[in-house]
Design a protein around this ligand. Sequence first.
Ligand SMILES: Cc1cc2nc3c(=O)[nH]c(=O)nc-3n(C[C@H](O)[C@H](O)[C@H](O)COP(=O)(O)O)c2cc1C
Length: 160
Amino acid sequence: MSKKLIVYYSMDGNTKMIAKMIHEKTGADMVMLNTVIPYTGTDEEIVQQGREEVNRGHLPDLEPLPVHLAEYDTIILGTPTWWYTMAPAVHSFIRRNNLSGKTVIPFQTHAGWPGHTLQDIEAAAKGAQVRNGKQIQFSAQEFGKLVTPEKEVREWIETL
Ligand SMILES: Cc1cc2nc3c(=O)[nH]c(=O)nc-3n(C[C@H](O)[C@H](O)[C@H](O)COP(=O)(O)O)c2cc1C
């Protein structure tokens, strides 16, 4: 039996909502990534800070994880889309941990412009087997409102 861990970052709750659906169905352990320095300011300011961080490949420091990654062989890794790629916190997680030999199943939430997020995760997670990635669209107007049919999300979760 493979031991699975859900790792996710979420600024506004969409990615967290999917992580919780996965957790409820699979019973896998679940941890959220937290940056040491929280993002503050208006939505617009955070979007601009996110752009600047993505552009320079900034890897924010993360709070220590309350789990031992070595105990898990599969990481279900969730990220919001930030400027067509993974959120910097998720980039930090991948770069600062040894995922070699593990299976990584990435999922991204987005608002209509998924970009190259899943490919970027695969390229960053050196030595890991990255497979079965999923893009999940939410409303750009209303947090928590799925655009991708919930049935489609649940069918993907069944495969985990
Ligand atoms: C800094 C920033 C950049 C974003 N860039 C994109 C983008 O490139 N494409 C897109 O579809 N949505 C983009 N969004 C919207 C989020 O990806 C989307 O709302 C996501 O589901 C939010 O997940 P969360 O609620 O877990 O934070 C961006 C949001 C933020 C805050």
